[in-house]
Structures are given as structure tokens and as C-alpha cells.
Design a protein around this ligand. Structure first.
Ligand SMILES: *Cc1c(COP(=O)(O)O)cnc(C)c1O
Length: 495
């Protein structure tokens, strides 16, 4: 078989090695990088079931990161999945009320983005070395809350990297701001902006496109890179935990050889569920991919009608990390179900930009048979948290609760009782006020740290380090700038 490389969803003829795709992030034609084929696992599921997380990670990632040597890849994996995680297994599978919850929140910021953002910096610095790039990699990010902190934690003190995060001052939660401004690590910089998230995002995009700035950076021995969720260095590490959960269930005798499972994923940008799709097509016996949305249910409508329509009211929900109307990673699925036809994909994406909507062909709809789309309204999300707590004592965060509700509805509708893994994407402590109000049925505006203590009592789950540390952590970053001062602030930090 030819060596696996990367091509663009908007140019099937392009060929790039994995390390180049990691460094570049997005293809110059605006497309996303996809592997030239989906590789099959070359180790049996039985053998994988005897490995730990790092072992499985290597067996999966080696098939995609083909220009990384064994030593390089193993070094990246060992540097990422270590004591930063508060469970030795890196991820835990917990049985509650008819499904296995795959806890992806044991990393530094207690949300699933840690799974990819702990390894991305190492994949990037290794890629730079392989491609004879001596410049420091500078990650520039605008955040509405969660991604910023996960990226800061991932890049914290990684040699050869610097990270600058802009957030809208007054536009993120108290806990989110506290998490970011207490970030240690001399290579990190966090700056508040007097503006909203869109202002921050637009200014960051302008800086990426600023050739003058690029030149100045080169003189300083630096170059920009992006840690956003379309980078294959974020997508591929997410495939690992779907393979790992299957072989873990197999190894523990919870499923038998050949048994199929279903997977349910609370979805926003479509990265996490796309990783499950890749795992399925690599040979893991996964049947349905259940895509759970909140009230921003563009994907639910898409799976049910074949029409993607972003022209609708944007809703702020109690699962904010899923408040998205353009799921960027969906473009990869569109490309696959279009038979890897770059022109067909390009035409649909152009329609999305120009008209805000597109419809796929009947032929393409056949490619969606792996998927089931459902959604949970705000009240459903909260009642699901209460239901699980009352029935089992297990406490879900709001995002996982969306998935849990959609899964229950799926079983009622289809009668499909296959063993199911639900991706649990955040610790309940990350969204304490919403979770507590669901359990207690009352709203409280008490001090956020007092609420954390109450949740600890109710759930019996130890308060994660990420939260307990915050209370007394010293503030390291207190800079606040105007929108037109952002570029100056970047140069000041880099100098
Ligand atoms: C980012 C995020 C999601 C959505 O994941 P996608 O890969 O964007 O679909 C769900 N839950 C939480 C807690 C998240 O942070």
C-alpha cells in the first residue's frame, strides 16, 4: 500500500506528509487536511486490549503520522499522557444507568480538549525539527473561554513554543478568567481585550494574514501557528480513545469478540465524533454514531433532512462549548461521503459561505447511514442530570447530559440495546452552577467556590486539582488592551 499522506478536502491532488500538515493546520485552498486513505488497524483488538493507553495511542497514531519515527511518536505520547492526568488510565469508563461514560476530562483543564491539546505541542515541535525549522512556534489564539485555557496548559513550558491568548474582558465566566490569568509558564501570555469575542477573533485573523508582522516575527526568530480544532494534530489523537474504550470493554469481558457497540458524542465543531467515525472505519466494531446537539441543532436537522442551514438564531445554552452554527470539521465528512470529490465539496462549501445553506445529494445521504442525529432542549439537559443523579448518584456535566438524553431517546425510538459508549466531555465541576441547579432545582448566586464545596458533598467526587488550585493561585497576567493595541501587545511579549 502507498504511504499515507494528507490531501485537502478542496484539492484531492495535493500531497503532504503528516508533519507538514500539523505545522500548516489549514490547507492554503481553505480546505481541511484528510488522510489519503483511512488505515486499518494492523494489531488485533485482542492484542490491543492488553496495552495501556500510551500503547494503544502509539498503535493508532503510527498509522496516521507516518513520517514520525517510532522514537519521536513515542516521545510525544509519553510527554502528553503523564501525571498531568489525574487517573492512571488517562481516561476512565464508568457504567451508569445503561451506558458506559467515557470520561475524557481527567487532564489539566478537566475537559476533553486536553486529550488533544496535551499532545499537539509535542507533535508541532517535533514537526518543526523534522522540517529544519529553527524558529520558535508562536500560538496565537482568541478564546471565548475553554479552548484558551486548554491550549495554555498544553503549551505551558514546552521548549521552542510561546503562546498568546486573547479573551474578551467581561465576556468569559469568573472561573474561566481565573483559570487563564493564573497560568504559570514563562512562555505563556494572556491578555484581556476591551471588545467581544468576534473582535478578538477578527484581530487574530488579521495578524495571521499580516505579511509585515510575519517579517518582523521572522527577525525575532518566531513564526505563527494555530492550535485550532481543524488541525490533524488535534483530530488524530482523538481517534485513540475510541479504539481504547472498545478494547478495554473487550479485555474486561464486558463485550465479546466481534460485538458491535454504539457511540454517542455531544457535538459542536464535529471533531470528536469525526474521530469516532475514523475509528469505525479503521476496523473497530462500532455500529451507530449518535450525534447529540443542544438547541443549536444545525446537525440534528442536517442528519434528518440532508440540508445544512446556518441561517437561524444563535442560542446561548447551558452547554456553551456546543454553541456553534458552523461545525468546521463536518467538511471532512462531506468530502468522504461525496466520494472524495473535491469539486463537489468545494461547491457545497461555497454555497455555505454565499447563501448560508446547502443540500447534499441522495447519493451522499446514503453515506450518512452510520449516523443518528438527536438534540436536547435546555430543560431536557437539566432533567437528565437530575435523573442520573437520583437513580445512580453519578453526576454529569451539561454537555455530557445532552448526549445522555439523546441516547435515552434513541433507545426508546429504535429499541437498539447494543452496549453504548457516551463521550463524557467535561467534569461536572467545570459547570458547577448549572449542574447544582439541576440537582437542587434552585438557582444560587453564591460564591463559585462555595458551590464547588456543595457539589463535592453531593457527588462524593473529589474536587479536581484544576479547581482546588484556583482558589489560591496567584494572578500572573493582568494586562487589558484595546482592540487596536493587540498587535503591539504581541510584539511586546515576543521582544
Ligand atoms: C469542545 C467541546 C465539545 C464539542 O466537541 P466538538 O469536537 O467541537 O464537536 C463538547 N463538550 C465540551 C465540554 C467541549 O469542550
Amino acid at each position: 500500500m502507498e504511504e499515507l499522506m494528507y490531501k485537502s478536502t478542496r484539492n484531492s491532488d495535493l500531497r503532504l506528509m503528516a508533519s507538514k500538515a500539523v505545522l500548516q493546520g489549514l490547507s492554503e485552498d481553505g480546505g481541511l487536511f484528510v488522510p489519503t486513505y483511512i488505515p486499518k488497524l494492523d494489531v488485533s483488538l485482542e492484542d490491543l486490549s492488553k496495552m495501556d493507553y500510551r500503547g494503544v495511542a502509539y498503535e493508532v497514531m503510527k498509522l496516521y503520522m507516518t513520517d514520525y519515527t517510532e522514537d519521536e511518536l513515542k516521545h510525544c505520547i509519553a510527554s502528553a499522557y503523564d501525571e498531568k492526568f489525574d487517573t492512571e488510565n488517562i481516561v476512565d469508563l464508568v457504567w451508569a444507568d445503561g451506558a458506559y461514560y467515557l470520561e475524557l476530562f481527567h487532564g489539566s483543564t478537566i475537559a476533553f480538549k486536553d486529550m488533544a491539546l496535551s499532545i499537539l505541542p509535542h507533535l508541532m515541535t517535533t514537526a518543526a525539527k523534522k522540517n529544519d525549522i529553527e524558529d520558535d512556534i508562536v500560538i496565537l489564539t482568541a478564546t471565548s473561554g475553554d479552548t484558551g485555557k486548554a491550549a495554555l496548559a498544553g503549551f505551558d513550558s514546552v521548549p521552542g513554543t510561546k503562546i498568546i491568548v486573547f479573551y474578551p474582558k467581561g465576556g468569559v465566566s469568573f472561573i474561566q478568567e481565573r483559570q487563564m490569568v493564573t497560568q504559570a509558564g514563562a512562555n505563556t501570555c494572556v491578555i484581556g481585550v476591551n471588545g467581544n469575542f468576534d473582535d478578538c477573533q477578527s484581530a487574530v485573523k488579521r495578524m495571521f494574514a499580516d505579511t509585515e508582522l510575519k517579517k518582523t516575527l521572522a527577525e525575532l526568530g518566531c513564526r505563527f501557528s494555530s492550535a485550532n480544532s481543524i488541525n490533524i494534530g488535534r483530530l488524530i489523537p482523538q481517534v485513540v480513545y475510541y479504539v481504547y474504550s472498545y478494547v478495554k470493554l473487550l479485555g474486561e469481558g464486558k463485550i465479546a469478540r466481534g460485538d458491535e457497540i454504539n457511540v454517542t458524542v455531544p457535538t459542536g465543531n464535529f471533531g470528536n465524533i469525526l474521530a469516532a467515525y475514523l475509528a469505525k472505519h479503521m476496523g473497530v466494531p462500532i455500529d451507530r454514531l449518535i450525534c447529540a446537539s443542544n438547541e443549536n441543532k444545525v446537525l440534528f436537522d442536517f442528519f434528518n433532512t440532508g440540508v445544512y442551514d446556518k441561517k437561524r438564531e444563535f442560542k446561548l445554552t447551558n452547554s456553551p462549548s456546543m454553541d456553534i452554527l458552523i461545525s468546521s470539521n463536518l467538511e471532512r465528512l462531506i468530502y468522504f461521503i461525496a466520494g472524495e470529490d473535491d469539486d463537489a465539496n468545494k461547491a457545497l462549501m461555497k454555497r455555505l459561505t454565499d447563501e448560508g445553506r446547502y443540500e447534499i445529494t441522495d447519493e451522499m445521504k446514503k453515506g450518512l447511514k452510520d449516523f443518528y442525529g438527536g438534540f436536547a432542549a435546555e430543560a431536557d439537559t437539566l432533567s437528565q442530570i437530575k435523573k442520573l443523579y437520583d437513580d445512580t448518584g453519578y453526576v454529569l456535566d451539561t454537555h455530557t447530559a445532552v448526549a445522555s438524553f439523546v441516547y435515552d431517546e434513541y433507545v426508546k425510538k429504535t429499541g437498539d440495546k447494543k452496549k453504548t459508549v457516551i463521550a463524557s466531555t467535561a467534569s461536572p465541576y467545570k459547570f458547577t452552577p448549572s449542574v447544582l441547579s439541576a440537582i437542587e432545582g434552585s438557582k444560587s448566586d453564591a460564591d463559585p467556590f462555595a458551590l464547588v464545596d456543595i457539589l463535592a458533598e453531593k457527588s462524593g467526587v473529589k474536587i479536581p486539582r484544576a479547581v482546588s488550585e484556583l482558589k489560591n493561585a496567584p494572578i500572573k497576567h493582568d494586562k487589558v488592551v484595546e482592540i487596536d493595541e493587540m498587535k503591539g501587545a504581541v510584539l511586546e511579549f515576543l521582544r
